[in-house]
Write a protein that binds this ligand. Sequence first.
Ligand SMILES: *Cc1c(COP(=O)(O)O)cnc(C)c1O
Length: 233
Amino acid sequence: MPRPLHATIHLDSMQHNLARARACAPQAKIWAVVKANAYGHGLERGLRGFAQADGLALIETENALRLRELGWLKPVLLLEGIFDASDIPLLAEHDIDSTVHCLEQVKLLEYTQLYRPIDVHLKMNTGMNRLGFRPEEFAAAYRRLRAIPGIRNITLMTHFANADELEHPRLSIAEQVQRFRLGADGLPGERSLSNSGGVLHTAELVQELQSDWVRPGIMLYGGTPGGRSAKDY
Ligand SMILES: *Cc1c(COP(=O)(O)O)cnc(C)c1O
C-alpha cells in the first residue's frame, strides 16, 4: 500500500543551487548531473530546473535520448559511457558525449565506423578505484582514441574519491589532483574534475581545482556533502 508521503519540489530552488555551484567555480562550465532520474526528482524537472547549465550528465543512454526528445539542445554526457556497440550510432545521431573509462570501450570505438564525429571524455582513476585508466596508462589510452578518425574533442576527466573531505587521512583531493596532473601531463584538451564536494571546496583549493568543467550532482538538489550544513559554505 502506498504511504501518504509527498515531496514538494521547487524548481526555483534547483535554479538557485545551480547558481550557487556557478558562484563556487565561476571559471568553469557546468554539467548538471541528472543521473538516477535527477536524483529522484524526475528527469523533466531536472531539465527545467537546470536549464541554465552548460550541459546535462547522466548514465543511461535511453535517458540521454529522452533529454533530446524533451528538446534539450545543449551538450549531454554519458558519465559511464557506452555499454554496447549498438550505443555508438546513437551518440553520433543525437550528438551525445561519451565517457571512455576502459579498454573495452576504446576497442568498441575502434571497431565501429562513426559516420559523424563525437566528443569523448577520457577518464582517469585517481583513487576512486571504480572506473578509469590508471595515471600511467592514461597517455596511451589518449593516443589510441586520438587515432580514431570519428573522434573530435577529448576532454580529460576524473572523479575524486573522498571529495567531501578536503584532508581525508587516506587520500586527499590534493594528492588526487597531483596524480591527475602527472597522468595528463602534456595532453591537450579541456579538464573536467569536480563533483559537488570538489565544487564546494574550490574556494579553498583554487589553484588545484582549476578546471574547464565541473560536475555537481547532489548539491544541486539541496544535499550538502560532508555532513556540513549549506549555511557553512
Ligand atoms: C554522480 C557523479 C557526479 C556527481 O556527484 P555528486 O557527488 O552527486 O556531486 C559527478 N561525476 C560523476 C562521474 C558521477 O558519477
